[in-house]
Design a protein around this ligand. Sequence first.
Ligand code: GDP
Length: 529
Amino acid sequence: MSFITEINRRRTFGIIAHPDAGKTTLTEKLLLFGGAIQEAGAVKSNKIKKGATSDFMEIERQRGISVATSVLAFEYEGTKINILDTPGHKDFAEDTFRTLTAVDSVIVVVDVAKGVEEQTEKLVEVCRMRNIPMIVFINKMDREGKDAFDLLDEIEQKLGLRVVPMSFPIGMGYDFKGIYNLWEKNINLFSGNSRKNIEDTIEISDLESKEIDKLIGEKAAYTLREEVELVEGIYPTFDRDEYLNGHQQPVFFGSALNNFGVRELLDCFIEIAPKPRAKQSEERLVQPDEKDFTGFVFKIHANMDPNHRDRLAFIKIVSGTFERNKPYVHVRNKKKMKFSSPNAFFAEKKEIVDISYPGDIVGLHDTGNFKIGDTLTEGENINYKGIPSFSPEHFRYINNADPLKSKQLFKGIDQLMDEGVAQLFTLELNGRKVIGTVGALQYEVIQYRLEHEYGAKCTYENLNVYKACWVEPTDPKNEEYKEFLRVKQRYLAKDKEDQLVFLADSQFSLQMTQQKYPSIKFHFTSEFK
Ligand code: GDP
């Protein structure tokens, strides 16, 4: 197959959802269609059970699973599909934000009964900001839930999307009869049998056909005709360019658990979803079909085995081909590197690969050279941007509990921060180190890993911080900024990139500070330049 054919047949995406909406179940059904797994239950949920906060075994188990499910690749109808895992748990939201920099599109799963939930809102907002093409899958149609039109309204309003229904449910819950596929113009009847793989699809070229009345009953047929008319009247028709630009979002209905409506979703997905897209670097826009390889690190995973200190860096290939044993340049530290055993990931295994194409993810063994956001090229000075840090939600001082192991402690902290486990801030006033995390769970993970992987011990101390804001002065030389630096010194810190951060202790004090120093901008993310 030619290089261009290889690019064109790839689809790299993520499934985003609030926990419990059905992401794992849907992933599994997609893999079943691809023949990548043989039975349901093969995909492990990477969910953290309630109350797992202090259960280290649970954390370790979680880490193991998250390596295994980081990338799931399979083939379907000649298409190479790469699903990137996006943890739904809010403590790992930052992981998900970073993974979204490596996807070309997403599928958003919404629970028909619960509607739009908090995590979905946050994740969709990130995708919207980046104009990532999105398809919505409304799941659990076998259960009683919200009215389809109400739910579509809710999705438009809460998520700020412009929906285009590609299918429409016939009934719901107890009365759920099936789905009318507006895209393929056929009816799919629900049998409610989860062991059945592919349901019978009945081709209906004419919605007026009496055949429909026979199949689902006169009353349901009447309602269906009315609703389809309404759908066609209210919603725009599907326009692929609008979808690809992030201006229109096709919607499907189904039941992942019953494997219902999933094939329709997948068939439409491979037809409309984008092939690997061009990516903006600080220097220029890079096209996937360029000859020279470029790629970037979006995730780093520590080895499960504490005897091996090496880590796995996940690289998204943006352009060219990535080849085993070929020297590439690590742009940040200007080092040449060769990789003798790059890993590719399949549903149930990982394998060493000789060549990978744009859209693919390779896992590279790393002894501490990489950090999140690093770029690899064949020599050109390219730096991919867009892996922002967000203000953490929790802040604690970290103290060394074993003075003989301070070197190990600093090395450990350094590497864990490179992996993106948490963020480190160093106070301007006294050099004390503060760890900021999205969820409280990370503190346990850090303490445990410092001890088991680096032989270092730490304790934490509470610190009252509401938000970390990246500080951007209009003019670093003006008096207002100088005064700010002097008056607020106690609240200032540097992040790992040496950028100045204001640690506001309350929403009120942040507002007061903003009022007092109007020429200074306070950003909730590190990506503002
Ligand atoms: P995740 O947290 O988004 O990965 O959600 P899971 O895939 O683990 O699903 C959460 C729960 O919802 C599980 O108990 C699933 O069996 C159930 N579930 C998933 N899809 C459906 C569906 O279509 N119908 C029903 N009734 N339950 C479902």
